[in-house]
Design a protein around this ligand. Structure first.
Ligand code: ADP
Ligand code: MG
Length: 329
């Protein structure tokens, strides 16, 4: 039996920009079972980071509003309504997050080991220094860092980008979170290191039954590790299903476009890469109807007037008039 960890329903997040209230994310729905990986994919500006940071309520509170009809059920508890004190408990404890640029999350003036020790000790005040150090070394080994006993004495700048990202993963997993949110964790790394890091995330989480939200603009990255995939476009989910559904039977023209843009290694055609023409609209210039209509070859009058809503097609969800009958959202 699969056990549900997270259920996001009808997520809507807006920002106050000047005198305007602009909506960045709308109608986003997905769920995640224990020990599973969901990939959230879409070009830059589609609302992936806003979705992820909303789960931890890390969107800037002064300017952002998570709609009160949104639900983020984490192990049954609605995080939209949880008190801030409870959110502080959850962050870095039950839910950990890693970002694209590990240098911005590691403190440059402290040794790796000291940063890890502090992490362990904030979550377990009783632990002895020796046990905590052993835990650090063990975790660094698990993420594939050679000679961890020496590495813990080094400063962040002494490590390569890939090694720093491994340290971040190790730190994120130290408190054994139920959920790991990885926002473009491999974007700054070269392809070989990317693949290694993804494999590490996949094995470690399978071993400890941690669930993962993996955010990326790169379909190739998702193909490596995801069990489920949600494709986002201009703040809405446009296709959602198992990785198999999305890769073998993609339906939405945007998903198909993203899949066609994956470089095929060794094809010798890397430089003739397909790209979807046009750009993601800004928050104050969203087209009416289907948001992808301005870039879609199949767009009709109907698409320009009305949002298609999510509908079930061949066992997964698609927001497109080309298929099936209208559902909701
Ligand atoms: N603090 C903010 N204030 C105003 N607009 C924001 C803020 N943060 C993000 N946005 C806007 O929300 C949209 C989605 O952003 P984001 O989630 O960062 O996209 P992605 O992670 O998919 O690249 C973008 O149009 C972005 O400009
Ligand atoms: Mg982002």
């Amino acid at each position: 039996m699969e056990e549900r960890l997270l259920e996001v329903k009808n997520l809507k997040v807006s920002f106050n920009v000047g005198k305007k209230k602009l909506t960045a994310v709308e109608n986003v729905e997905f769920s995640l079972d224990k020990g599973k990986v969901i990939g959230i994919v879409g070009e830059s500006g589609c609302g992936k980071s806003v979705t992820a940071t909303s789960i931890l309520r890390l969107v800037p509170p002064a300017v952002s509003i998570i709609d009160e009809d949104s639900q983020i059920l984490f192990d049954g508890e609605d995080l939209v309504k949880a008190p801030e004190a409870r959110m502080r408990e959850i962050r870095g404890n039950e839910i950990s997050m890693i970002f694209q640029e590990p240098m911005s999350s590691l403190n440059p003036v402290y040794r790796i080991g000291d940063q890890m020790l502090e992490m362990i000790r904030t979550h377990n005040k009783q632990i002895s220094k020796k046990d905590a150090l052993d835990q650090c070394v063990e975790m660094l080994k698990r993420v594939g860092i050679p000679s961890p006993e020496q590495r813990i004495r080094e400063f962040p700048h002494q490590l390569s980008g890939g090694m720093r990202q491994r340290v971040m993963i190790a730190m994120a997993l130290l408190c054994n979170p139920k959920l790991l949110i990885a926002d473009e964790p491999t974007t700054a790394l070269d392809v070989t290191i990317q693949a290694q890091i993804l494999r590490i995330i996949k094995t470690l989480t399978k071993e400890s039954n941690t669930s993962v939200i993996l955010i990326t603009h790169d379909m190739g990255v998702v193909a490596e590790v995801a069990d489920h995939v949600m494709v986002m476009y201009a703040g809405k989910s446009v296709e959602y299903g198992t990785a198999e559904d999305i890769f073998d039977h993609p339906k939405h023209p945007y998903t198909i476009g993203l899949l066609n843009s994956i470089p095929k290694l060794g094809s010798g055609q890397e430089e003739h890469l397909y790209t979807i023409e046009g750009t993601v609209p800004g928050l104050d210039e969203m087209p009416e109807g289907c948001r992808f209509c301005t870039r879609c070859q199949h767009a009709t009058e109907q698409c320009r007037k009305k949002d298609p809503g999510m509908r079930e097609v061949d066992g997964h969800m698609v927001r497109c008039f080309l298929y099936g009958k209208e559902g909701e959202n």
